[in-house]
Design a protein around this ligand. Structure first.
Ligand SMILES: CC(C)(COP(=O)(O)OP(=O)(O)OC[C@H]1O[C@@H](n2cnc3c(N)ncnc32)[C@H](O)[C@@H]1OP(=O)(O)O)[C@@H](O)C(=O)NCCC(=O)NCCS
Length: 183
């Protein structure tokens, strides 16, 4: 059964004002990774990435709220495709100049609110408002079963791997989905 919740977008100013709350939700949603002690998974490291991401072009955010509680959120941005793919994968996907890419940087749902369709709805709400996008992308840990399952269901395909230059960062799978014309 689905609980009552509402999806609401937020701009950079709101996201900046909610910084502490967003880190709190991260700490709940990623508790199992935080517990490993890996520096990339730490709330502090996430907080720094969030600050950087929200300054990027095309930054968009959407939250799921229930009775004033933020139960999950997702955000993304419009990176330069070559930068996002990394040189190796970029060379395989030329010409990137015509690609209009929107990437989901984060999607998370508090543990108590999982498996009610909120993750999927957050993803769809985030990308619904994007205009003139030809491709959607994201990085995901290959061992993140719930997320890989969800993204595969949503039509993303694995196109390779990407090692980010953050301390402790895992080898991510790169997933891409073409957006059909008119959608
Ligand atoms: C990934 C995540 C956002 C999914 O959120 P959610 O609200 O539970 O997802 P939904 O309820 O929309 O479920 C989406 C699909 O995933 C499936 N799913 C949910 N939990 C699962 C699990 N533990 N294992 C496998 N599949 C799972 C659902 O059955 C559903 O599939 P279906 O449409 O085929 O039935 C959530 O697990 C989460 O916050 N994880 C921690 C943060 C994270 O890893 N984010 C992704 C980073 S790339």
């Amino acid at each position: 059964m689905t609980s009552r919740f509402a999806l609401r977008p937020g701009g950079v100013a709101e996201v900046t004002a909610m910084h502490g709350l967003l880190v709190e939700v991260y700490t709940d949603a990623y508790a199992h990774r935080v517990a490993t002690g890996n520096p990339f998974a730490s709330p502090g490291s996430f907080a720094e990435r969030l600050e950087r991401h929200r300054a990027r072009p095309g930054f968009s955010w959407v939250g799921a709220w229930s009775d004033g509680e933020l139960v999950g959120y997702s955000y993304g941005q419009r990176p330069d495709p070559r930068y996002w793919f990394g040189d190796e994968l970029a060379d395989e996907h030329e010409p990137l100049t015509e690609m209009r890419l929107f990437v989901t940087n984060e999607l998370m749902v508090r543990q108590a609110w999982r498996d009610q369709g909120i993750g999927r709805l957050l993803h769809d709400a985030l990308i619904d408002a994007r205009e003139a996008v030809t491709h959607l992308g994201l990085y995901v840990r290959p061992d993140n079963e719930p997320a890989v399952h969800l993204y595969t269901r949503l039509g993303y395909e694995r196109i390779g791997t990407r090692q980010l230059a953050y301390e402790g960062a895992p080898l991510f799978d790169v997933m891409l989905r073409a957006v059909s014309k008119g959608s």
